[in-house]
Design a protein around this ligand. Structure first.
Ligand code: GAR
Length: 206
């Protein structure tokens, strides 16, 4: 067993959590530099919560809806969960809430996201449909540090896939998702080990 201190990591989800599962699997290796200690969701019925619990990981649900338009109040409740578990690194995996500058600044350099496009192309939602609509030859996914501007943070890792004749949203998203599951654990390891870090707005070491 490795004696190196592993970085206490939380995964935030909103849905099924297939990236979360890939991260949990990777972190089972004794020499993986991050330990997944908490999975938190903004929707109590997010399917990933059950999958995390089944893997023996602590779960929390902080429903954003009672907070109405007060995003920061929701984030303070979420942050309290993160503090309670002494979290050092936060990984967004299909977490579909836009975070305020308050939260992003608080976790600056310790907050990463995976986005289903080759950023800076197709920020925001419905990325696969928009890629098909635009007729691009290549599509993919990006792991990046989160900064206050949406989907605009510096890239840690990217993976490309071809767009094939006859692709629809389902076939293209499945091809991209396979790459997400491959690169997200790699990116988390790079950040948790300190090999890549956010400095002066760039991903140093990426
Ligand atoms: C993933 O494709 C992820 O890239 C995307 O949501 C999906 C979640 O799937 N994230 C975003 O669109 C963030 N803006 P998962 O719950 O199976 O990991």
């Amino acid at each position: 067993m490795s004696t190196a201190k592993r970085v206490r990591t939380a995964i935030l989800i909103s849905g099924r959590g297939s990236n979360m599962v890939a991260l949990i699997e990777a972190a089972k290796a004794a020499d993986f530099p991050a330990e997944i200690v908490l999975v938190a969701a903004n929707l109590p019925d997010a399917g990933g919560l059950e999958r995390a619990a089944a893997a023996g990981i602590a779960t929390a649900s902080v429903d954003h809806r009672p907070f109405g338009k007060d995003r920061e109040a929701f984030e303070r409740a979420l942050d309290a969960e993160l503090q309670a578990h002494q979290i050092e690194l936060v990984v967004l995996a299909g977490f579909m809430r836009v975070l305020t500058p308050w939260f992003v600044t608080r976790w600056q350099g310790r907050l990463i996201n995976i986005h289903p496009s080759l950023l800076p192309d197709f920020r925001g939602t419905h990325t696969h449909a928009r890629a098909l609509e635009a007729g691009v030859a290549e599509h993919g996914c990006t792991v990046h540090f989160v900064v206050p501007e949406l989907d605009a943070g510096p890239t840690i890792l990217q993976a490309k896939v071809p767009v094939l004749p006859g692709d629809d949203e389902a076939s293209l998203s499945a091809r991209v998702l396979e790459q997400e599951h491959r690169i997200y654990p790699q990116a988390l390891a790079l950040v948790a080990s300190g090999a890549v870090r956010l400095e002066d707005g760039t991903a140093l070491g990426a």
